[in-house]
Structure formats: structure tokens, C-alpha cells
Write a protein that binds this ligand. Structure first.
Ligand code: SF4
Length: 163
């Protein structure tokens, strides 16, 4: 089955589960997604002052070039809960399918867990001890957020990547 078809099927399945939520679970989901986005923004803000774009341009953004299918079902739920239009993956680009000409197709608050919590040595070495500790604390909290969102759906149906 093509990636395009797998993507469409995954989107349809997750959207169906989202649409079937009770009003109270929908409220819970929205609150958990808001918290998750807030933590992702905080993680991004920690490295923003280091001018990561310059460092990434210097190495060619190897982590994104080599990235694959990190987008999880929970990440799609965040788009749905926020009422945010979904991007169109680029399955033919030979790179991460979510990497466009101007960088990641997702704003930082929507990026997959593996992406938003990854710092290469180049970046991590520029953070002071307090910032590193805060980064890893946020990572642990974010991991918990993902679990809390998954727990709203029975049978582990949101436990994996979309593809
Ligand atoms: S999803 Fe975005 S941040 Fe993650 S590897 Fe792909 S382009 Fe990079």
C-alpha cells in the first residue's frame, strides 16, 4: 500500500475516533492538548536564543533529512483538537516527508515528540546546566502528556505512529 494511502487511512481512522468522543472527553482532550502544545513551545523557546537555524544550515539539518515517520496518532489528535488544518506530506522528497522547502511543515507546538525533544550535541553544548535540566524536565512532562492523551482512547488505539 502506498504511503499516501496509508496516510489517508490513518487520518480517517483517527478523525473517526476523535469525532466519536463524548463532550466530556473532548473537553479533557482539549485541555491535555493545550498543555502539550504549551510544553512544546517552552522546549522550542529554550533553544531559540541559540540561533538554531544557523547551526542547522551549517550541518544541513541532518536530523530532519534523516527523519522518518515520527508523526504519531496523538500528534494528529492535537491538530484536530486545535481545529488546525493538517499539512500535506511530501512522500516523494526522499527525506523526511514532513520536511518542506522552508523547513518542517509543522509549527513547533505541533511537532512530533522525537523531533521537539531532540537536540544534537552542537545545540546541547550551548545550553547551560540549568537549561539542560529544564529541557529534560519538560521532556519528561511531555512524555506524560502523550500518555494522558492516549489514555482517553481504549485498546491502545492511539499508541503508534500514523504511518
Ligand atoms: S517531522 Fe519535522 S522536525 Fe521532525 S524530522 Fe521531519 S521535518 Fe524534521
Amino acid at each position: 500500500m502506498s504511503f499516501e494511502k496509508q496516510w489517508q487511512d490513518g487520518v480517517q481512522e483517527v478523525s473517526g475516533a476523535f469525532g466519536a468522543l463524548s463532550e466530556s472527553d473532548l473537553q479533557r482532550l482539549r485541555a491535555r492538548c493545550d498543555l502539550l502544545m504549551e510544553r512544546k513551545r517552552a522546549l522550542q523557546a529554550l533553544t531559540a536564543r541559540l540561533d538554531p537555524a544557523t547551526h542547522c544550515a551549517g550541518c544541513g539539518g541532518a536530523c530532519c533529512v534523516a527523519g522518518k515517520y515520527h508523526f504519531a496518532r496523538v500528534d494528529l489528535l492535537v491538530y484536530l483538537a486545535a481545529g488546525q488544518p493538517l499539512f500535506a506530506p511530501l512522500f516523494d522528497n526522499g527525506l523526511c516527508p514532513y520536511l518542506g522547502e522552508s523547513g518542517c511543515l509543522m509549527a513547533p507546538a505541533f511537532r512530533p515528540f522525537n523531533c521537539i525533544t531532540f537536540n544534537c550535541e552542537l545545540i546541547e553544548d550551548l545550553l547551560d546546566d540549568e537549561e539542560v535540566a529544564r529541557f529534560y524536565r519538560l521532556e519528561r512532562e511531555l512524555r506524560r502528556n502523550y500518555g494522558e492523551i492516549r489514555s482517553l482512547f481504549p485498546g491502545g488505539s492511539m499508541d503508534r505512529a500514523l504511518l
